[in-house]
Design a protein around this ligand. Sequence first.
Ligand code: BTN
Length: 284
Amino acid sequence: MNPEAWELPASDPGWERMRDAGQLAGRPVVYLPAVDSTNTYALSPVLRGAAAGTLIVAETQTAGRGRLGRQWLSPPGCGLYLSLLLRPALSGEALPRVTLAAGVAVCLAVEQATGLQPKLKWPNDILLDGKKAGGILTETAGMAPGAAEPRPLVVVGIGVNVNTPAALFPGPLAAHATSLLAAAGRPFARSLILTALAAEVERAVAALEQGRWPEILRQWRARDGTRGRALSWVTPGRKTVRGESLGIDDQGLLHIRDAEGRIHAVLSGDLQLVSGGAHAHSRA
Ligand code: BTN
C-alpha cells in the first residue's frame, strides 16, 4: 500500500453528523475532541444520571487505559475510542460475562462493517492476523450496598485501531498490534463501525439479560483465535505457565494444559500467544 495514502483521512460524513448532532442512530453521544480516557469520563460525576445507551466518543485520548494498567495508544482521528454506558439487569456474578459478550459484539460489528473476520483472545483482545486490533475494558460503579441506583452502571470501553498506520505503533508494540487499515490495506469509515458496535453490544448484553449466555459462549468459541495454540500465561502472582489453550469453559474461564498435563483455569493475568503456532499436543 502507498504509505502516502495513510495521510489521507477516509471521508466519513456519518462521523461528522454524529459529532455535530450529538447522536448516532437514536443514541445520545457525548463527543469529545480529546479526553484523558472515555472510561474515566464515563465513570465521573459529570455523567451521573446519563441515560443507558449513551456513547462517549473521543477523537483522541491522552491517558487511554487498557487491562492490567496498560496504556491504550489513541492517536487522533485514527481509531475508535468509546465507552458505552449500560445499566443491565444482571447480577454481580454475571457481570464478567459482559466483557466476553462485548468481544463477540465487536467481532460481529467489524465483520458487518468491513468484511474482515476478527478472532478473540481471552478475555477481550480483538485479533486480526494474530495481532491485536482492539480491546475492551469493562468497568462498573454503583455496586456498593445501599447504592442510590438500583442497577449498577456498567461502562463498556472499546478501543479499535481502525485507520491507524502500522508505523504509528511504537517499537515493542509493533510486533503485536495491528489495525483494520493494516489488515485490509484500505481505510474504513469509523461511523459505520461505531453504529454497528453500539447496536451489537446492546444486543449481546440483552442476550445475557434474557439468559442466553449459551448463545454468547457459542459465538465466542466460534471466534476463539487461540484454541489449540501455545500460550504463555503470567499469573497475577507473577508465575509463568506455558501450555496449550483448551478454550473457554461454560463459565467463560480459559483453560490451559501445561506440559505436565495439569489444567489451569485462568481467571485473570496476562496471556501471550507463543509464536510458532500450534502447541505440540494440539489436535486439528
Ligand atoms: C485492553 O485490551 O487492555 C482494553 C483496551 C480498552 C481501550 C478502550 S479505548 C476507550 C476506552 N477508554 C479507555 O481508557 N479504555 C477503553
